[in-house]
Design a protein around this ligand. Sequence first.
Ligand code: HEC
Ligand code: HEC
Length: 250
Amino acid sequence: MRALALSLALLAAPAWAQAPRSGLDYQGEDIRRLQADDFANPAMLWVERGAAAWKRKQGAANTSCADCHGAAEQSMRGVAARLPGWDKRLGRVSTLDTRINACIVREQRAPEPPPEADDAIGLQAYVALQSRGMPLQVEVDGVAQPLFERGRDLYNQRIGQMNLACTHCHDQQAGKLLLVEKISQGQPTAWPAYRMEWQAAGSLERRLRACFLGVRAEMPAYRSEDLVALQLFLAQRAQGLALEAPGVRR
Ligand code: HEC
Ligand code: HEC
């Protein structure tokens, strides 16, 4: 009975719901300065890598992304702001990562890059950059709805030895300190981002796995349905916030 009351309370619009705010607002002055300046932003090294990979012919088809898509500034504009999204060809919801990989495997006929490979993060950052400043706008009804609902349930579900849900930190505790870090609303708009703690750029999936680890929960596998569902929910929750990738975080 108590469990039911709790889940009902979570389904209702929570009293602590706040207007969406970028995680950048919760970062220190040093990080904000780095992200504001493309010449200082270390994630731009990955963007350069991605720009090179865009033009490189590879795979059995010996083609480059540019051979089919031309200039990314035009063909990729707005693409990242619509993802995750339903992919007709694959019959499933794709993230930017899996969308790009589908082209690598099917079009270039090259092997799928492992998660977090530098070139893969580079291509994601390069494609995401073409939507910088555009509001996130994902579709969560129709065919994508079951996955969206799963993401929303996961977001509100207690996990790990600490028995906390995402919402406990990112809605109820946003703005408060956790050890040395200020907890933000957990918005997805900066990713892929350069994270100081990693000394590298990484994906939103890597960031989410770190949150699972933080509450001592089992980490979902990269590209698993659970992570895609969470990303779809987070994108809908961030609706209207501008994409800021490639970001910088602590
Ligand atoms: C114990 C508290 C806690 C829980 C529970 C937690 N996180 Fe986090 N999360 C953090 C902290 C701390 C950070 C780093 C500071 C920040 O950006 O909020 C973070 C960062 C993030 C970020 C990056 C935000 C940005 O602006 O870069 C996202 C997205 C995120 N979390 C989503 C989630 C999701 C989804 C869950 C549930 C699976 C979750 N978190 C569970 C504490 C938590
Ligand atoms: C042989 C041609 C070909 C090559 C090479 C190719 N693609 Fe594609 N790509 C396509 C086609 C065709 C579609 C979209 C069809 C559809 O609407 O589903 C597509 C769709 C995409 C999309 C989704 C666009 C959207 O509007 O949602 C992205 C992102 C993408 N490609 C990235 C890449 C990247 C990055 C590379 C290089 C690693 C690449 N593609 C290589 C043919 C190609």
